[in-house]
Ligand binder design. Sequence first.
Ligand SMILES: [Zn+2]
Length: 214
Amino acid sequence: MTICPLCLNKKSFTIIEGKNRITYKRCEVCKLIFIDSCFLPSSTDEKKRYLTHKNGIQQKGYVDFLMQAIEPALPYINTEMQGLDFGCGPNPTLSEMLGQMGYSCSNYDPFFFPTLPDKKYDFIFATECFEHFFFPAKEIVRIKNLLNPGGILIVMTETWKTTERFVNWHYVKDPTHVCFFHDHSFKYLADKFKFKQIESNSERVFMFKLNASE
Ligand SMILES: [Zn+2]
């Protein structure tokens, strides 16, 4: 039985035939496209692939890329706040950039920085991370539980636009990219998990404020 890993719908899906006989399902409720579970990478393959990512603070291109997520967040964060880079990868860069700007930001990654102190954060960045989630609903609950009331979540990921373009999309070619959000999926996320969506003015950055009463 198929279950949508974001909205948990069990009924309305459209099958999408990808390259190399890989199949995906598009959820008609939340518009998430997710890879069929038999094509999910093993954690060994996943870790191997992440270790090939050589990006770091020395790479100007990568720093500029991450700046796209930091800039729209600046009006909502200050140097008194505690931040977290969720899914920071093997070479934490965003937290270093923020550190250089005077902000405090810790690192978390299930493979490379798996220990999280028992505390909550005022802002959480998840850059190029949501597309790796096997079960986004679970991860979003986890992120939500790590946020203080009124906290800010900044997500950077590419969204799919049309099913026709999806199959040839470069983003799909990475075997560790297993779910693909649509703008509508983020609206659904805000609604279901009690966030208020904030305009980021960027096509690939999605910002949310957790309701103060959560
Ligand atoms: Zn769904």
